[in-house]
Design a protein around this ligand. Structure first.
Ligand code: FAD
Ligand code: 2HG
Ligand code: ZN
Length: 475
C-alpha cells in the first residue's frame, strides 16, 4: 500500500457510506458505480506497480453534468476524489492513496467536432489519444503529441499532465496546442473555457490552470486542441554513436542540416536498447553501440526530405559522428524503430522493479547523472540507463532492481534531486509531480512559487477533495 510504503497519514475526509453509494446510483446508472473489489483493483494500481490505493468506489460518468453532480456532492460531504484517465501516469498521481473515490473518464469518449481547415478538434476528456490520432489522420491532420502510452492514455490525462512526448521538439507543449478546456471545479461549477480560437486575449488565460495541474485544481471534461496538418513525407533514421559528446554534436548538426523538417531527436544508451532487446525480444535494426540516436523528419516533399536525411547520414558517417545507421521511409520499418524506442519505458519492468526519474538539465550535462548513479549503486542495480528527448533537454533515467528496495530508494532520493538542483534543472520534466514528488518539488521551485501554488489550491478546492496527497507539498 502506498500509504504504508511512503508513510502518509489519511486526512480528515468523510468515509463513504452505503447512502453515498445509493446517491451515486441515482446520478449514474448502477453499472457505472463499481463497488466490487475485483472490479476496482486495476483502478487502485498504477502502471509501474509502484503505488497501490485502497479505493472502494469507482464512478464512471458519461457527461459533464454527471461529473458536476458527483463533485458537488463529494464537496458537500468532504469525500476525496482521484480523477483517473488511462492510468498510464508514472508518478502515482492517477491512483488513490487511501479510499478516495476514483472518478474515471473512460466513458467520456466522444468526439464533438473537427474543423478540418483550422485543425481545431473538440472532444471529451476520456478519448484515447491513439483513437483521436486515427480519426484526424483520416482527415489529413495529426494530433500534436505522440507518446508510447498512446494506446491507453486519454487526452484529458495528457492535458492534466501537460504530457510532452516524442514530437514536442516540433509541435511544442500542450500549453501551446490546447485551444480551450471545459473543466469542473471541486464544488461542481462547470468552467467553460472551451474556445477553439487561436487568439483570445480576453483576460486571464484560465485554461492554463488545468493544463499540467494533475487533477488538483479541477477536472477536465472537454478539450479543444489544435491538430497540425499531416506531414506528407516522414523519414526516420536510427544511428549508432560512439559517445555522448557525439550525440550532442549530432544534434547540433541535425538542427542545422535538417532545419525545418526535423520532428524528433531522441537518444537511448546501450543499456536502454539492450533492455528492450533482452526483456521484450524486440529486434535492433543495427548492431551494438554505446549510444543510439533516432532522428525523424516530417515535411511536404517525399524525395527531397528522404534525400536530405540520407545525405545527413552520409555526411555524418564520413565525419565519424555516426558509426553506423539506417534511414527509412517505409511505414513498417519506421514502426519497428519507433517501437524499440517507445518500449524502453516498459522493458525495465521485466527486471523486477523500476525507479524512474524524469529530469531536465542543460544539454552539456544531459547524460552526466547516469554514470554517477551507476557508480553509486554498483551491483545493487540490475541496470541503470538513460534515454529520452534530447531535443527538449529531458532525460529519463531508469534504475532497475529485482524488487522494490528501500535502501536503493534512499541511495537515489534525494541524491538525484540534489544533483538536478545543482544544475538548475527540473526534477520533473514531463511526467508531473503526482504522489511521488510533492516533497521534492522545492528542489526545482522557489518557495514563493510553492506558496502561490498553495493559495491557488485553496481558492479552487478549499476542502482539498481533489487528488489529495498529490502535487502540492504539505509543509
Ligand atoms: P492518468 O495516468 O490516468 O492520470 C495522470 C494524472 O492526471 C493524474 O494525476 C490524474 O489524477 C490526472 N487526470 C487524468 N485525467 C484527468 C482529467 N480528465 N481531469 C483532471 N485530472 C485528470 N508522458 C510524457 O509526458 N511523455 C512521454 O513520452 C510519455 N511516455 C509514456 C510512455 C509510456 C509507455 C507510459 C506508460 C507513460 C508515458 N508517459 C509519458 C506518462 C503518461 O502517459 C502521461 O503522463 C499521460 O499524459 C497520462 O495520461 P492518462 O490518461 O493515462 O492519465
Ligand atoms: C518516454 O519518453 C516516457 O518513453 C517514459 O516519457 C519514460 O518510463 C520512463 O522513464
Ligand atoms: Zn518521455
Amino acid at each position: 500500500l502506498s500509504s504504508e510504503k511512503y508513510n502518509v497519514r489519511r486526512k480528515q475526509f468523510g468515509n463513504i457510506q452505503a447512502s453515498d453509494v445509493d446517491y451515486f446510483k441515482t446520478i449514474l446508472s448502477e453499472d457505472r458505480v463499481l463497488t466490487d473489489e475485483n472490479d476496482i483493483l486495476p483502478f487502485n494500481i498504477d502502471w509501474i506497480k509502484n503505488c497501490r490505493g485502497q479505493s472502494k468506489l469507482v464512478l464512471k460518468p458519461k457527461s459533464t453534468e454527471e461529473v458536476s453532480h458527483i463533485l458537488r456532492y463529494c464537496n458537500e460531504k468532504r469525500l476525496a476524489v482521484c480523477p483517473q484517465g488511462g492510468n498510464t501516469g508514472l508518478v502515482g498521481g492517477s491512483v488513490p492513496v487511501f479510499d478516495e473515490i476514483v472518478l474515471s473518464f473512460m466513458l467520456m469518449n466522444k468526439i464533438i467536432s473537427l474543423d478540418e481547415l483550422s485543425g481545431a478538434l473538440v472532444c471529451e476528456s476520456g478519448c484515447v489519444l491513439e483513437n483521436l490520432d486515427n480519426y484526424v489522420r483520416k482527415r489529413n491532420l495529426i494530433m500534436p503529441l505522440d507518446l508510447g502510452a498512446k494506446g491507453s492514455c486519454h487526452i484529458g490525462g495528457n492535458v492534466s499532465t501537460n504530457a510532452g512526448g516524442l514530437r514536442l521538439l516540433r509541435y511544442g507543449n500542450l500549453h501551446g496546442s490546447v485551444l480551450g478546456v471545459e473543466a469542473v471545479k471541486a464544488d461542481g461549477t462547470v468552467i467553460d473555457c472551451l474556445k477553439t480560437l487561436k487568439k483570445d486575449n480576453t483576460g486571464y488565460h484560465l485554461k492554463h490552470l488545468f493544463i499540467g495541474s494533475e487533477g488538483t485544481l479541477g477536472v477536465v471534461t472537454k478539450v479543444a486542441i489544435h491538430c497540425p496538418a499531416m506531414p506528407k513525407a516522414v523519414s526516420l533514421g536510427f544511428f549508432g554513436v560512439k559517445n555522448f559528446e557525439n550525440v550532442l554534436r549530432l544534434y547540433a548538426s541535425a538542427k542545422s542540416s535538417l532545419g525545418e523538417i526535423l520532428s524528433a531527436f531522441e537518444m537511448a544508451d546501450n543499456d536502454s536498447i539492450s533492455s528492450t532487446v533482452e526483456n521484450l525480444k524486440l529486434p535492433n535494426p543495427i548492431s551494438d553501440y554505446p549510444f543510439y540516436v533516432l532522428v525523424e523528419t516530417s515535411g511536404s516533399d517525399e524525395t527531397h526530405d528522404a534525400e536530405k536525411l540520407s545525405r545527413f547520414l552520409d555526411k555524418e558517417m564520413e565525419s565519424g559522428l555516426i558509426v553506423d545507421g539506417t534511414v527509412t521511409s517505409e511505414p513498417g520499418k519506421m514502426q519497428t524503430i519507433w517501437n524499440l524506442r517507445e518500449s524502453i519505458a516498459g522493458a525495465g519492468l521485466i527486471d523486477g522493479y523500476v525507479f524512474k526519474y524524469d529530469v531536465s538539465v542543460p544539454l552539456a550535462n544531459y547524460y552526466s547523472l547516469v554514470p554517477l548513479l551507476r557508480q553509486k549503486l554498483g551491483s545493487k542495480a540490475v541496470r541503470v540507463y538513460g534515454y529520452g528527448h534530447v531535443g527538449d533537454g529531458n532525460i529519463h533515467i531508469n534504475v532497475t532492481v529485482p524488487k522494490y528496495d528501500q535502501e536503493v530508494c534512499s541511495m537515489l532520493e534525494p541524491y538525484i534531486f540534489e544533483e538536478v538542483a545543482k544544475l538548475n534543472g527540473s526534477i520533473s520534466a514531463e511526467h508531473g509531480v503526482g504522489f511521488r514528488k510533492p516533497h521534492y518539488i522545492h528542489y526545482s521551485k522557489d518557495v514563493t512559487a510553492i506558496h502561490l501554488m498553495k493559495q491557488l489550491k485553496q481558492l479552487m478546492d478549499p476542502n482539498g477533495i481533489l487528488n489529495p496527497y498529490k502535487v502540492v507539498p504539505e509543509v
